[in-house]
Design a protein around this ligand. Structure first.
Ligand code: TMP
Length: 216
């Protein structure tokens, strides 16, 4: 019989188009979980390690073709998984990650029109675990907002990066990409109506987390 009474690690990801407001809720959920005694690892993609943060800077600011972009995204993810996500899950922490592979399928797959079979192959290379299973989030919160509303929220906040500078049609495709991912994994990916005011979006986050036994 196992004598290990650490809580099971949990992997929760936050997704949505730029300007959806997900990062605010990630921080609030981290605070709530900590107040309830959970150890929480807050992290993000691309990024989360020294190497992956360097790759993030390239991805957000350096011109490159779609294949280079995809390879950098997965290189960053590999380093992040090995150094941060897997160790945190093994230690029983709750990992709250701002974006993960759903973003790759939405942005590179749907947004850029990159070959989805290739994305699936890279996903397997990068996320396959010792038992042959793919590492996937236990829960993905998809903050769904229209590209018009997201653009309004972002306008004038700072200089747009390479993704934020994309036209509205790009974000329409990315949004459709998230919708397709959610339809294919309806238990894992939960859509939130992120057009609502912050408090009401937080109420939705809380309801899902309570339903799943993640918070008391
Ligand atoms: P952030 O501003 O939400 O941190 O995300 C950085 C940008 O990176 C965002 O515009 C989406 C983009 N991105 C991809 O294109 N593919 C990916 O796989 C990830 C994780 C992010």
């Amino acid at each position: 019989m196992s004598t290990d009474c650490r809580p099971r690690g949990l992997f929760i990801t936050f997704e949505g188009i730029d300007g959806a407001g997900k990062s605010t809720h990630l921080a609030t959920l981290a605070e709530l979980l900590r107040s309830q005694g959970r150890e929480v690892q807050v992290t993000r993609e691309p990024g989360g390690t020294a190497l992956a943060e360097k790759l993030r800077a390239c991805l957000l600011h350096d011109p490159m073709d779609a294949l280079t972009e995809v390879l950098l995204v997965f290189a960053a993810r590999r380093d992040h998984l090995l150094r941060v996500i897997e160790p945190a899950l093994a230690a029983g922490r709750v990992v709250l990650c701002d974006r993960f592979t759903d973003a790759t399928f939405a942005y590179q797959g749907h947004g850029r029109g990159f070959d989805r079979d290739v994305l699936q192959t890279l996903e397997r290379w990068v996320q396959e675990q010792a038992d042959g299973q793919l590492r996937q989030p236990d829960l993905t919160l998809w903050f769904d907002v229209s590209p018009e509303q997201a653009a309004q929220r972002l306008s004038g906040v700072r200089m747009p990066d390479r993704f934020e500078a994309e036209p509205q049609a790009f974000f329409e495709r990315v949004r459709a990409g998230y919708a397709a991912r959610a339809a294919a994994a309806p238990t894992r990916i939960v859509r939130l109506d992120a057009t609502q005011p912050v408090e009401s979006v937080w109420t939705q986050v809380l309801a899902i987390c309570r339903q799943r036994g993640i918070v008391a």
